[in-house]
Design a protein around this ligand. Sequence first.
Ligand code: ZN
Length: 278
Amino acid sequence: MDKLIITAAVTGNVPTRERTPYVPVTPKEIAQSVYESYLAGAAVAHVHARDEAGRPTHRIDVFKEIVERIREKCDIIVQVSTGARAGKTAEERGEALDLSPEMASLTTGSSNFPDQCNFNPPSLVEYLCERMKTRGTVPEIEIFDSAMIWSGLSLIQRGLIPEPPHFNLVLGVPGSLPATPKNLFFLYENLPRDCTWQVSSIGAIHVPLSMIAIALGGHVRTGLEDNIYYDKGVLATNPRLVERIVDIARAAGRDVAGPDEARRILSLRTQRAATAMS
Ligand code: ZN
């Protein structure tokens, strides 16, 4: 079984300072929280950006500052978000891809968030795939609902997503697939054989679903984007959430991957080299 890759999703689009003082919002705060998560055991940083008012933004200058500040501190894999909350058009949502990040999120279909549509029509998805491909950026295929697996497989067959693919099974977003072990097993059983995958889960079931992923050989995402609480009534911090996953992995006898080991497991360097040659 591969070592466990822990992804830290430190900010997201939803948590605000009013709800938790621990959510990092400015580029400096985000980079610091990513660094603390890296020290705690995270190998991948899933990055969202906020504008000066704390609102989600797609602006490349903000992403650039975040990435540069992270790079000054550590070699964690940077995965930028191309999610539906920060930009309206395909061009806006792909703006940060011009930084040639190692990874980026890619949702392969539409579902609902509590307050808006998680809008990903085929033309937009294909546009983001092409833009990632030309930059050598490896997509993380975000699965909010089961049909998104088959949409992802179609993109792989058409050569728009490089192989082996990497999936993120997102469970517990209101409006999308609920976070239950049964739903996790259903998604897991329908993944292609040669892939890597992780689970992101929202709510109190985060720990049990992460344990199942660790036992099955999958990987785990954690962080304030998914859960602002550590326990009932106890606010979380990003490094503490990462530390908890490290502790569970150790108890289960599974080692935790550093960034370079994660690059090998996710075939990042190979894919970037292959893209550069083609
Ligand atoms: Zn995100």
